[in-house]
Every structure is written in structure tokens, then in C-alpha cells.
Design a protein around this ligand. Structure first.
Ligand code: SAM
Ligand code: DTB
Ligand code: SF4
Length: 328
């Protein structure tokens, strides 16, 4: 019996380290050209998906992620808060929608979701969904029944990042394993929730670690529907805050290679735009990024002002994803 031919309509999931390394090694303009070509094959390159974040429970997190302002292991000066009230979250989501957000992502500084908090979070999800927004949450680890409960409440996406390559992971966080991240991703996928999974660069990792992260993402049982690439937002007091910043062209390469290895994923130019020039962001869109966070705040750190982002999208001739279809 001969093996079934690969389906050209489906993205490859058999990438190797050497193949991804070879993409990084391409001359910069050749890499961008290829990524831009693939971007056009799967998406309208004039469109950008627009998400907005809200921290529904800030700080005091028991995990020790070395990049994070919200870990209780470090003195970052951040004030911890309790889980927000449902009505307050829905009011913030309504404002986000009025400001042009298509998806509303609720983030909590938790290691894992507690069953006692699930009904309240489910009510937030149902309320946000009721406004006509796509819903996303990032609440730490989930069990399979919790993932099903969130799906039943109307959760469209779950964000759970692998953060970096497996070899660098223990330099970044010691309170959980890579495998635990993969287990939550499997529970999310099994519940029928779309997966938002990516990582962070600029944490002192090497290109080998960045290739390691993309290799993991590109060989998951299914590619993430949403793939955020975050540039570290240094949180004073967090151990990785003093990492040497990533070279801007290397950041663009990371976006371009993500686009090539996960061609159908919506690649988000995620945290870090606040310190990026509009020219650098333009290169990222050319390299295949097609999503951003809007709103002056991410979870705890700054994002560009809405007026600045409106200007950016207008200057680049980019429009919100699906807007043209919605008007037709
Ligand atoms: N506590 C949950 C977790 O870690 O899965 C959800 C919230 S956590 C803040 C969501 C993601 O934000 C992290 O996985 C990490 O990739 C990203 N992140 C956190 N702090 C960051 C920073 N200072 N710069 C860039 N990305 C960051
Ligand atoms: C993701 O990949 N990036 C977002 C979202 N998913 C949850 C978080 C960025 C956080 C940046 C640091 C902060 O604001 O605390
Ligand atoms: Fe906690 Fe998430 Fe921050 Fe890690 S990234 S310390 S799990 S809030």
C-alpha cells in the first residue's frame, strides 16, 4: 500500500529543525518575499484582526515566569487585585467593541483555573459573547471538564503560550513544565475551543530557542488558529527584565518564519508594539503578521494609544478583518 499523498490544502505539520533553521538563514528580503507570498495565499493581506485585552485578576500569581510583572516571586511594584465583577468586565468589553475590537481577551494571573471561580468566569464569557464579540480567555492551566464548561459558556479562543523553545524553558519558569502547557492545549483543542498559542522573544534566548518554539507550534496535532509573537515588555523587578533586546530584523524574521511554518494561523504582532517604530511594524505586516492588540493597555503594561493605532492602520492602508465582507 502506498502512503496517502499530502493534502496541498492543509498546512504541513512535519517540519524539521533544520528546515526552520534554513528559513531563518535566508537572505532577509528573500525570507520576507516568501512569507508575503504565503500570506497572500491564505489571507487578504490588507486585513488585520483586532483584539483587546483586559486583566480580570491582576498580580499575586504563584508561578515564577521570569518575564512577568504579575508573579508573587518578584518585587515588581504591581498591586494585586481580586477577580473583577461580571458587570464591570462586560462594561469594559462594550467599550472595547465601541473602540473597534473584534475579540475580547480576559486574562487572569492564575496558575490554573479553580472550580470555584469557573461559574463567574463563565458568566463573563457569556456576557461578552452576548455583545457580539469573539471571546478569548487566558487563565492558566485547565482540566478537560473546565475547558468544556468554558466552551459551553461561549468561549471561542483560549490563549496558552509555550513562551519559548523547550530547552530554554527552565531558564524562564520553574513552577511548571512544558508538558503541562501541552496538556492544557490538548484539553482546549478536545473541547472544540480554538487555540491561541505562541511565545515571547527578547528574553535572552538564542535563535536556536526561537526555532525550537516555532518547531513545537508547527508540529502540534493542529496548528494554533491564533499565533501571538510577543516582544518582551520589561517588567522592572522581574529577572528577565534586563535581557538584551532582540535585534529588530531578527524580530521580523521570527514573524516571517511563523507565517511560513503555520500558514493558516493568524499571526499576532502582540506585546511590544509600544516600543516599535511604525516602519518596524510595517515590516512585520509585510512579513505576514495579521493581528494586533488595541487599547492603551495590554494586561499590566502599555500599548500604543488608540489614536496612534488608527493612524498606523490608515497610513498602511490596513482594515479590520472581515469588514469588507460585513459591508457587502
Ligand atoms: N497566567 C496565565 C498564563 O500564564 O498562562 C495567563 C496570563 S499570562 C500574563 C499570558 C501570556 O502573556 C504569557 O503566557 C506570556 O506569554 C505573555 N506575557 C506575560 N508577561 C509578558 C511580558 N512582560 N512581555 C511579553 N509577554 C508577556
Ligand atoms: C499574549 O500572547 N500576549 C498577551 C495575551 N496573550 C494574554 C499578554 C501580553 C502581556 C504583556 C505584559 C503585560 O501587559 O503584563
Ligand atoms: Fe502567572 Fe501567567 Fe504571569 Fe506566569 S505569565 S507569572 S502564570 S500571570
Amino acid at each position: 500500500m502506498t502512503a496517502a499523498a499530502p493534502d496541498p490544502a492543509q498546512p504541513r505539520r512535519d517540519w524539521t529543525f533544520a528546515e526552520i533553521e534554513a528559513l531563518f538563514d535566508l537572505p532577509f528580503t528573500e525570507l520576507l518575499f516568501r512569507a508575503a507570498e504565503v500570506h497572500r495565499r491564505w489571507f487578504d493581506p490588507g486585513e488585520v484582526q483586532i483584539s483587546q485585552l483586559l486583566s480580570i485578576k491582576t498580580g499575586g500569581c504563584p508561578e515564577d515566569c521570569g518575564y512577568c510583572a504579575q508573579s508573587q516571586h518578584f518585587e515588581t511594584g504591581l498591586k494585586a487585585t481580586k477577580l473583577m465583577e461580571v458587570e464591570a468586565v462586560i462594561a469594559e468589553a462594550a467599550q472595547a467593541k465601541a473602540g473597534g475590537a473584534q475579540r475580547f481577551c480576559m486574562g487572569a494571573a492564575w496558575r490554573d483555573l479553580k472550580d470555584r471561580d469557573t461559574p463567574k468566569v463563565a458568566a463573563m464569557i457569556a456576557g461578552v459573547k452576548g455583545l457580539g464579540l469573539e471571546t478569548c480567555a487566558t487563565l492558566g492551566m485547565l482540566t478537560a471538564p473546565q475547558a468544556r464548561a468554558l466552551k459551553a459558556a461561549g468561549l471561542d479562543y483560549y490563549n496558552h503560550n509555550l513562551d519559548t523553545g523547550p530547552d530554554y524553558y527552565e531558564k524562564v519558569v520553574t513552577t511548571r513544565t512544558y508538558q503541562e502547557r501541552l496538556d492544557t492545549l490538548a484539553a482546549v483543542r478536545a473541547a472544540g475551543i480554538s487555540v491561541c498559542c505562541g511565545g515571547i522573544v527578547g528574553m535572552g534566548e538564542t535563535r536556536t530557542d526561537r526555532i525550537g518554539l516555532l518547531l513545537q507550534l508547527a508540529t502540534l496535532p493542529a496548528h494554533p488558529e491564533s499565533l501571538p509573537i510577543n516582544d518582551l515588555m520589561p517588567a522592572p523587578g522581574a529577572p528577565l527584565a534586563g535581557s538584551a533586546p532582540i535585534d529588530p530584523l531578527e524580530f521580523v524574521r521570527m514573524i516571517a518564519v511563523a507565517r511560513l511554518v503555520c500558514p493558516k494561523s493568524v499571526v499576532r504582532l502582540s506585546a511590544g508594539r509600544e516600543h516599535m517604530s511604525k516602519e518596524l511594524q510595517a515590516l512585520c505586516f509585510l512579513a505576514g503578521a495579521n493581528s494586533i492588540f488595541v487599547g492603551a493597555k495590554l494586561l499590566t503594561t502599555r500599548n500604543p494609544e488608540p489614536s496612534q493605532d488608527e493612524r498606523l492602520l490608515a497610513d498602511l492602508g490596513l482594515r479590520p478583518m472581515g469588514e469588507r465582507a460585513a459591508m457587502a
